[in-house]
Design a binder for this molecule. Structure first.
Ligand code: KG4
Ligand code: ZN
Length: 352
């Protein structure tokens, strides 16, 4: 029997198997991560090797450098993930991998490793969207969370409001028309000379500042669930550049705080409006910017005031990790979705 015939047969059986152990691989940006996840919710191991220190001196991720470092790290991470999960290769039921969205070269390292592993162990290969993976991070942190819910997706590459009707039935209600929110955080941080990645730095610095600048996001999308962050980002960048040219001192903490107040207010208002409009009283935040302390504070308060249950992933599952990919793979598999063959390749963009 050929590899793909065998993989299909095993995949079918897994739909009804009681315990399913998935080994998941994530390499879409600057984290090499491999996890072992049982039944979509129980993380047996989740090893993350971050390249942040390597890219920091360049002020951002250098794609070629990221790919090379994934190659260097991936074997070790695999061995650690197996060891920490206290399983043998023979215990793995399926291999899952992020195929997009992300940096092509970086993704290809994970995709090729996953293909080699699936082929050598005769296991089904499951292709997972990184964006859906971020949603699944919440299934790990909240064992009782089930769809339907509204998801505020806020990462370095995406900003969207989604109606998650079921695990694999997701409707886009609103999205950014320009910059992703994480991108705006990182660019504002950069102009303030804060190290990469900028989001957590703004979060920290903002705590020492006040909302003195009263920035606002563009009003043009006021009535829709779409977002625009490029205007406010440019406003901050111009303010800092002009001040530098004139030799005027600025208070960076106040700028960070004012920027963060404006964007988190926008994210909060539209998320709550989406819940009310869709008649759904569960709000889930997903993606790296979901780690933002002010955003979580605002969302949790607004949800309490509006009788909406609020969910956020534990911090370590908020930013990129393979645990969330293993969780999403389980729900794809249970619906008979995601099975890939050895022609699977990386994609820079995936549809939401
Ligand atoms: O989800 P993620 O790890 O990668 C993508 O899929 O893009 O998100 C990375 C983004 C970066 O822009 C980073 O600055 C931002 O998440 N981020 C934060 C915080 N932690 C990470 N932004 C604001 N506040 C934070 N605490
Ligand atoms: Zn991500």
């Amino acid at each position: 029997m050929s590899y793909i015939e065998l993989a299909k047969q095993k995949f079918e059986k897994l739909k009804t198997k009681k315990d399913v152990i998935i080994l998941a691989i994530e390499s879409s940006c600057d984290e090499t991560s491999i996890a072992v996840v049982k039944n979509g919710r129980e993380v047996l191991s989740n090893i993350i090797s971050s390249q942040i220190e390597i890219h920091r001196r360049f002020g951002g991720v250098v794609p070629e450098v990221a790919s090379r470092n994934h190659v260097l790290a991936i074997n070790n991470i695999f061995e650690q993930a197996i060891k920490e999960a206290e399983i043998d290769e023979q215990d793995i039921d399926a291999v899952a991998v992020t195929y997009g969205a992300g940096l092509i070269g970086a993704l290809l390292v994970g995709v090729n490793f996953a293909k080699g592993l699936a082929y050598s162990l005769n296991l089904p290969l499951i292709a997972v969207s990184h964006v859906y993976g971020h949603i699944a991070a919440n299934y790990i942190s909240h064992k009782d969370l089930t769809p339907p819910f509204i998801c505020l997706m806020v990462s370095g590459g995406h900003t969207a409001i989604l109606r998650v009707e079921d695990y694999n039935k997701i409707k886009l209600l609103g999205t950014t028309v320009d910059d992703a929110i994480g991108e705006a955080f990182d660019k504002v941080a950069r102009v303030l000379s804060l190290p990469y990645p900028g989001g957590p730095e703004i979060d920290k610095l903002a705590r020492q500042g006040k909302d003195t600048y009263k920035f606002t996001v563009s009003k043009s999308l006021k009535h829709s669930l779409n977002f625009s962050f490029s205007g406010i980002k440019t406003e901050v960048v111009n303010l800092v550049h002009n001040a530098k040219q004139k030799g005027v001192e600025l208070n960076s903490a106040d700028i960070a705080c004012s920027f963060q107040e404006a964007v988190t207010k926008e994210l909060e208002e539209k998320s709550v409006r989406a819940c009310k409009g869709q008649n759904i009283c569960k709000l889930v935040v997903a993606g790296g910017v979901g780690a933002n302390s002010r955003l979580k504070e605002r969302l949790s308060k607004a949800c309490e005031e509006n009788n909406i249950e609020f969910f956020a992933p534990n911090l370590k599952f908020c930013t990129d990790n393979a645990g969330m990919i293993g969780s999403m793979a389980y729900y794809l598999l249970k619906d008979g979705l995601g099975l890939a063959d050895l022609s699977l390749t990386a994609k820079a963009n995936v549809d939401l």
